[in-house]
Design a protein around this ligand. Structure first.
Ligand code: HEM
Length: 402
């Protein structure tokens, strides 16, 4: 292990492609400290993939041990019970209960409904000259989907969405200040109270085979505690909203910068599923996930000991030039695309099929209406969060053909 790395350095965060490239070349097993904890950062595809596939790779350093930075308030309850932080056997029990709602078959039953949401939201902006993609499409589409899945009345959404960045900070693993932890605690309290009250109000009237009904009956049968139900609801709400919102924006941004790929997709809308996968590789919404090993592992001639935190550079792996030719171009003709944007192993994204459905429905419908759209601001403002960076606002001219 060589050189100490500072993951909070603004230059590092602003120029991710270059920062990760340098790490892949010169320091692929980099050492740093996050929230006072020694952390190894992996950036090469093979290394990230090997840890994701390693059955000894855990979310906790030792059974029931959690990082001190999460404190002892509501955010720590959320962190400790969250699917992305728990290990077997609890993880296996939780996944077994929630997975049936997100299988390919279950998700395919949502296709017509999701298509209608997308069409309605696109129609709403149809007569406008300039729109902010984030506010008017990327945000509204996954929110409508989440409202349907979780039975959230639309008027309740702002109170939740305004707190999303505060609560996901605790999952991001980046250095967290006391003020950020206080905000995460507040946000978690708001989310937990909201879902508990919602569940109380709708419990008796839920349709059969419904996701929330499944959680509610698992609670009634003692398979899930009330806190676990609340946490799963928050996990899936955040997972379904934030990543999809970021990906829809990234997709429009990528298509603006790659006119030949845009033309190819317009000419052949059946490329939409492939385009979504390439988008997830090209501009991954989740840059890092963490793991701990329960047994030592050799990586690039370095021995990684158990209980050392490992940050897996998912986005960097997706830009690894030894695996993807010209990784910095958005290219629909890639012969293979085994990107790691959804993570891997037992924690592989629960909502990958839902995301794929949304992506393949969104891209051709957007381009059919606005094939000539162009960026109104060449340099859209970005949030440089270590794990969840995103474009904050993306203004485009629609240039609708008449
Ligand atoms: C573009 C869209 C999405 C991306 C890029 C994405 C990415 C990810 C990643 C990287 C992980 C961590 C995997 C790991 O640690 O190996 C994850 C987990 C998860 N995702 Fe997604 N996600 C997306 C959409 C969704 C959607 C639509 C849902 C809705 C249900 C969702 C729910 C979850 C949940 C619950 C987990 C935790 C799974 C576990 O730890 O067992 N995600 N996602």
């Amino acid at each position: 292990m060589r050189n100490t790395l500072d993951l909070s350095e603004p230059g590092f965060l602003r120029n991710r492609r270059e920062s990760y490239r340098l790490l892949r070349r010169t320091n692929p097993v980099a050492v740093t400290e996050l929230n006072g904890e020694k952390t190894v950062v992996l950036t090469r595809y093979q290394d990230v993939d090997a840890v994701l596939r390693n059955r000894r790779a855990m979310m906790q350093p030792a059974v029931g041990e959690f990082p001190p930075y999460i404190g002892s308030g509501p955010a720590s309850v959320f962190y400790r019970l969250s699917l992305p932080s728990v290990d077997a056997p609890d993880h296996t029990r939780l996944r077994r209960i929630v997975s049936p709602a997100f299988t390919p078959q279950a998700v395919s039953r949502l296709e017509q409904w999701v298509a209608q949401i997308i069409e309605r939201r696109i129609a709403e902006v149809d007569d406008q000259g300039v729109i902010d993609v984030v506010e008017q499409l990327s945000d509204t589409i996954p929110i409508d989907v989440a409202c349907g899945l979780f039975h959230i009345p639309r008027q309740d959404v702002p109170a939740l969405v305004n707190r999303v960045n505060d609560i996901i900070a605790v999952l991001s693993q980046a250095d967290m200040s006391a003020a950020e932890l206080a905000r995460a605690d507040d946000a978690t309290r708001v989310f937990f109270d909201y879902f508990r009250n919602l569940l109380r109000d709708i419990r008796g009237s839920l349709p059969e085979h419904d996701f929330v009904a499944t959680l509610s009956s698992a609670e009634a049968q003692g398979q899930l505690s009330p806190e676990e139900v609340d946490t799963v609801l928050v996990d899936t709400f955040l997972g379904s909203y934030h990543t999809t919102m970021v990906s829809c924006t990234n997709a429009i941004h990528a298509l603006a910068a790659h006119p030949a790929q845009r033309a190819a997709l317009i000419a052949d809308p059946t490329l939409a599923a492939r385009a979504w996968e390439e988008l997830l590789r090209f501009d991954s919404p989740v840059h890092f996930r963490h793991r701990y090993l329960s047994e030592p592992m050799m990586i690039n001639d370095c021995l990684i000991e158990p209980r050392v935190k490992i940050m897996l550079g998912l986005a960097s792996a997706n830009w690894d030039e030894t695996v993807f030719e010209n990784p910095d171009s958005f290219d629909l003709s890639r012969p293979t695309n085994r990107h790691l944007a959804f993570g891997g192993g037992g924690h592989f994204c629960l909502g990958s099929q839902l995301s794929r459905l949304e992506g393949k429905l969104f891209l051709p419908r957007f381009l059919a209406r606005f094939p000539d759209f162009r960026l109104a601001d060449p340099l859209p403002p970005r949030s440089h969060n270590l794990t969840f960076p995103y474009i904050e606002s993306l203004r485009i001219e629609l240039l609708r053909r008449h």
